[in-house]
Design a binder for this molecule. Structure first.
Ligand code: HEC
Length: 168
């Protein structure tokens, strides 16, 4: 009887040791310790003959006054407003709300920073199209930039859409 007890104890102990060993093995053999390229570790040369296409350089937000003077190259046609509204709904509604009224009308704004009312007539008067375009592509004080998600053209469409929401 005594031996059976000891045998069971031994089986449990060795099962425990096996599990512990497996955990320890996986702990030591971390996935981050495999062969890999760390971001920024190497600079890959661009293939020769490559030229950037279809993009306009983004003026950094530190040079907002320069960006603010850019004229809006896109007419506020019906189709421009449609494109602008679509992108607004995708990227901006979470913080600015479905009607761009700001405050906490956007679902994320309640947990973030309440946004300004973009339909406000006074704000609309103060800002140039270029200023808002720059806000979208280069970001604001806390607002993230959308220069990587949206092309410069798409940002102008959004500006046109925002203009159409101005309170009279
Ligand atoms: C993560 C939340 C967030 C998202 C998403 C966001 N914004 Fe903003 N936005 C803000 C905040 C906060 C402000 C207030 C100014 C600041 O601190 O940057 C602001 C300010 C602005 C302003 C006012 C700038 C001024 O002072 O005249 C405009 C215009 C604007 N956003 C447009 C947009 C557009 C268009 C999008 C979508 C492409 C967008 N925002 C997406 C948070 C956001």
């Amino acid at each position: 009887m005594k031996y059976v007890f000891l045998l069971v104890l031994l089986i449990i102990a060795s099962a425990g040791a096996l599990l512990g060993g497996a955990v320890a093995y996986r702990w030591v053999h971390n996935m981050t310790q495999t062969v890999r390229i760390v971001p920024g570790e190497r600079i890959f040369a661009m293939p020769s003959g490559v030229v950037p296409r279809g993009t306009t350089p983004i003026i950094p937000k530190e040079q907002r006054e320069v960006a603010a003077r850019q004229p809006n190259p896109i007419k506020a046609t019906e189709s421009s407003l449609t494109v602008g509204r679509q992108h607004y709904q995708t990227f901006c509604v979470p913080c600015h709300g479905p009607a761009a009224k700001g405050g906490v009308s956007g679902p994320v704004a309640t947990k973030f920073i309440p946004t300004p009312d973009l339909t406000n007539a006074e704000l609309q008067r103060q800002r140039t199209d270029g200023y808002w375009h720059s806000y979208i592509v280069a970001g604001g004080a806390v607002m993230p930039s959308y220069g990587e998600a949206l092309s410069s053209q798409e940002a102008w469409h959004i500006v046109n859409y925002l203009r159409s929401l101005a309170q009279k």
